[in-house]
Design a protein around this ligand. Sequence first.
Ligand code: C5P
Length: 211
Amino acid sequence: MIIAIDGPEASGKGTVAKLIAQKYGFLHLDSGLLYRLTGVNLIGQIFQDNAAFVKAAIAAAHQITTDNLDNPPAQARSMQGGIMASKVAVIPEVRNLITVLQQKFAAQQGSAVVDGRDIGTVVFPNADLKFWVIASLESRASRRFADYQAKGKADTLAQVTAAIEARDHRDSTRAASPMKKAQDAHLIDTTKLSIDGVVEAMSAYIDAKLA
Ligand code: C5P
């Protein structure tokens, strides 16, 4: 069984994807981490032009595997890691490589909860269940701001909000598999829900499917 959970940054999809996977004994694959690990390889490098950036991003994507995703470098989870991830994610060849990795992972494991931006639309268009998880910009920004503060980061709420807006724009306007709701995805707005509330709402759909 494949459960696809898509949605924008800090909508809560990653947290609930992990909890749903634990609850039902499925594996969890955070597809964003694959893009982050690709992007992190390019941080600090200087590129002559966009063609050089694209070439390096494709080479980096070739090195990524779904093994050892448990201990990513701290930079992968940083704001800069997210920005670089969304820059490499516009490159069709990078997307193709990472899409194949995800499909192989699921084929080996059988059942998986996969979260990202294009899981229900492109990676697993025939997923058994699809969720589209959203939340207001204000609540997403304050959640992300709290995460960064807990990690001792100095980014202000205004900077975090601007970074989320920029990433939403890049993710939803790119030509290659833009972030969007699959037509058959169940919409869950987490703005006013606790994490437990989101897990409960999703479980109702999953239990009905499993019954
Ligand atoms: O989910 P996360 O914030 O870790 O994703 C980082 C970036 O990776 C996203 O902003 C997006 O550009 C890219 N991504 C994607 N497709 C996915 C998952 C992530 O394009 N399935």
